[in-house]
Structure formats: C-alpha cells, structure tokens
Design a protein around this ligand. Structure first.
Ligand code: IMP
Ligand code: MG
Length: 426
C-alpha cells in the first residue's frame, strides 16, 4: 500500500493589499500568459469582484468570477468551493467571453460553490446599506451557507433546483420574517433557466477535483505537475476577519484561503505570494479610510485612474498609501514580492505632489507625511528608465515594507508592466 501522498502542487497566489481594485486582473493576466501555469483558479468571493483586463490588447473585458486564465488560454480554469456564484451573472459573463471567441470549455465549476439567488440579492440590498456592499448578495449567501440553509450545486443536482429554491425561500421567510422577502416570477425563472444552462454547458468539478484520482490530474496528463495560479478577489483590508470589520466583505481574502477555497491538500506548496498595491489608495463602500483625500486633489486622480467601480460603477474614494496599514497587509499576507500598480496616474498633469502617510494621530488621521515629486513615466519601459522620484518612491517603500518591489505597472496594457531591476526581468 502506498501511504505517501506526494506533494505535487505548486501554487502562486496574487492578493490585493489594500481595499480591492489594485489592478490584480492585469497582473494575473501577465502571469497566466507566461506559460508557467496549467491551472488558474478563483478561491474566494463572487460577482462582487471586477477584474478589468484587455484581451488581445484591444477588448476591455471585466471578469467577475471566471478566472483570468480563461482569457490567456490556460487549460483548466477552476472556480473553487470558496466562491459564491450567481447563475444569472455567470451565464452572462460566459456569453460575453463566447462572443469574443474565448473557449469556455476550460472552465470547471466546483459542485461545492454556493449559489446566490435573487433572494440573497434582495436581502443584501435591504440590510447592508450601512456597509455599502456591491449589492450582489455575497454576504447573505455566505451567511446562509454557514447557517446551513444554503444551496450548492451538488444539492441542486441531487434534489432539483426548482424544489430547492422554493424550500430556500420558505426557510428565509422564516428566518427574516420580512414581507419584502419575495422576488418576481421573472427573476425566479431567469435564475432557474440560467442555472440549467450552466449545468448543461459548464463542466462541474467534483469535490475530489485535486485528489490523486481526481479530474484535474487526468486533464493534465502530459503535464503532470499541477501549477496553480490562484487569483485573489477583494483584498487584505476587506478580509472578513482581519480587515476593517464590519466594513469588510464576507469571505477570507488571505493567501491561506487558497487551501480551503480550492480544496488543495495541506501539503501543497504556496511558493509565491504576490501582493499587489496601488501607488495611491482607493476604497469603494463605507468604512474607515485614514488617508482619504476630501478636497479637490481627489477628482483628477479619480479621473486619471478611472477610479469608478468595475462592478457597480460607483466613484471610488481616493486616498494615499498609509504606510502602517500597508505594512500590516504585507506582513499578514506573507507577500514574497510586491507589485506596484498605477504609478503612471500620479503624473505632474494630475498631482502637484505624491504623498505617503508615515504616522497617524490618536484620532486615526494622518500626523506625518513623506512627499515626492510627481512621477514622469512616459517612455519608461526598462529598469534603467526608472529614475527620479519614482525610483526614490520605490526604494523608500521597499525599505519601509521590508520586501522587494520587482515590478511596477505604468499603464493598462500587459506591456506596461516594467521590471524595477535588471535581475527581475523575466
Ligand atoms: P460585498 O463584498 O459586496 O459584501 O461588499 C463589502 C465591501 O467590500 C463593500 O465596501 C464593497 O464595496 C467592497 N468590495 C467588495 N468587492 C470588492 C471589489 O472587488 N473591489 C473593491 N471593493 C469591493
Ligand atoms: Mg475590482
């Protein structure tokens, strides 16, 4: 008998270090296109996420739950058990990809994902106004999963979705006792039809997907080592436990969530943790934001950085890097490397100076700052081009955060990701 289960998984995870929208989608797209990975996966969150990427450098695509690897042609794109999925939105997302000629047959949806229903969306909209959620039903769906009244795909396949969703409605009516818990027959039907479409058109992955006798190994036949690129959604400061609770999302956003969120064995190797942060900071929704800019400096940054929610279109709140907070996220994530994005936004056309908050007062507002000249980034394509205040900024952050920043993003296209040192050109 072979008692040894070999440790064969190698995992890279990409997580946001601020409040989401750090530009993870673009970073993941670059990694997915590198040819280094054969599995791309989402392990947390759902359609609250919005990752903006450019397909073939021209078509703007916003993915919500589909792993970015689909677009880069990775052979297995797994939506893991840690995610929640709304069949209506997932169907629309897949149809958009199909319209661009992208192969959706590489998507594997775990039978353990919990399903967001129109009821969950309604509960989110009615009860979570103070948090400023995306209104996608994320919190209620995770809550009902934990409350053991939720619906997952495995249960739908076993019992039938029509019957389950009616049962779910009665349970919710009992729990909430609110007369607004109802949905129109049209929404109900659309949900059932979309789920049926997904069950017919998308591969459903069993809970043993990554086991030695599971489907993933079979699919990787000629390429036996699973090299997983795990794409985090939301960010450390929105983590349900370690973020600015209660102004957080409802899933775990830490790199360690890849284990439970994908069903990976505990001895899988989390080799690389790439922490992504913007050269400034944004937040969408309510909650504390120490460095928030409340004067006229915010609007030019919002416009230059297109800082409007990719899921909800809400204008994002604008602020600067809070060094202590970023250090907290770097430590907690265990980031092995840091990628800084959107440095090009802080150009002399947009700002008079770039700020980093170096300490807060007892009221949680900035007490001291370090300032830099705006960044001139036109024509910066190689490490040797990075000089002046951008170079000073990178060196300062590396010293303060105790971690390297091998790459900096200076635009929306894949080509705009520049290595900061000759030795990190890969
Ligand atoms: P929920 O995840 O929709 O429940 O929203 C909870 C909080 O997380 C709100 O402040 C949202 O604006 C924020 N949030 C959720 N997903 C994202 C995201 O992908 N980017 C940025 N903020 C997000
Ligand atoms: Mg986003």
């Amino acid at each position: 008998m072979n008692l040894h289960i070999p440790n064969r998984f190698h995992v890279t995870t990409v997580v946001g270090l601020q409040y989401g929208d750090e530009g993870k989608g673009k970073i993941v797209q670059g990694l997915a296109s590198s040819g280094l990975y054969n599995i791309s996966a989402r392990f947390n969150g759902g359609p609250n996420a919005g990752h903006t990427i450019y397909y073939k450098d021209k078509h703007k695509v916003v993915t919500h739950v589909i792993p970015t690897g689909v677009i880069a042609g990775i052979p297995i794109n797994f939506i893991g058990p840690g995610c929640v999925v709304d069949p209506v939105l997932l169907k629309k997302e897949i149809e958009e990809l199909m319209a661009l000629g992208i192969n959706h047959k590489t998507i594997y949806l775990s039978e353990l994902v919990h399903l967001i229903t129109p009821y969950d969306r309604k509960i989110d909209a009615e009860m979570n106004k103070a948090i400023g959620t995306t209104g996608r039903g994320i919190g209620p769906t995770y809550a009902h999963k934990t409350h053991r009244i939720g619906i997952n795909i495995a249960l739908c396949l076993e019992k039938g979705s029509e019957e389950l969703v009616s049962e779910y409605f009665f349970k919710l009516a009992d729990v909430y006792r609110q007369d607004w818990i109802s949905v129109s027959p049209k929404d109900h039907e659309e949900w059932i039809d979309s789920l049926d479409w997904i069950l017919e058109n998308i591969n459903i992955a069993k809970k043993n997907f990554f086991f030695s006798d599971g489907e993933a190994h079979g699919l990787l036949r000629g390429d036996p080592i699973p090299l997983v690129l795990a794409e985090g959604a939301q960010a450390i400061m929105l983590d349900n436990t370690y973020g600015t609770y209660p102004f957080v999302t409802s899933s775990n956003c830490l790199p360690s969530a890849v284990y439970s969120g994908l069903g990976l064995p505990g001895n899988a190797k989390l080799e690389k943790v790439i922490g992504v942060f913007k050269a400034y900071n944004t937040r969408v929704g309510e909650g504390p934001f120490s460095t928030e800019v409340l004067d006229g400096v915010a609007e030019p940054i919002r416009i230059a950085g297109c800082e409007f929610g990719s899921t909800t279109k809400r204008p994002r709140r604008i602020g600067w890097i809070d060094l202590a907070e970023l250090r907290y996220a770097v430590e907690l994530s265990g980031a092995t490397e840091l990628y800084m994005t959107k440095a090009d936004v802080l150009s002399p056309r947009v700002v008079d100076e770039v700020r980093v908050c170096t300490s807060l007062n007892s009221g949680g507002r900035p007490r001291s700052w370090k300032t830099f000249e705006p960044f001139v980034t036109t024509g910066v394509k190689k490490p040797m081009h990075i000089n002046g205040s951008l170079h000073q900024f990178i060196v300062f952050l590396e010293e303060q955060l105790g971690q390297h920043i091998p790459k900096v993003s200076l635009g929306v296209l894949a080509d705009d990701l520049v290595s900061t040192r000759a030795e990190s050109v890969r």
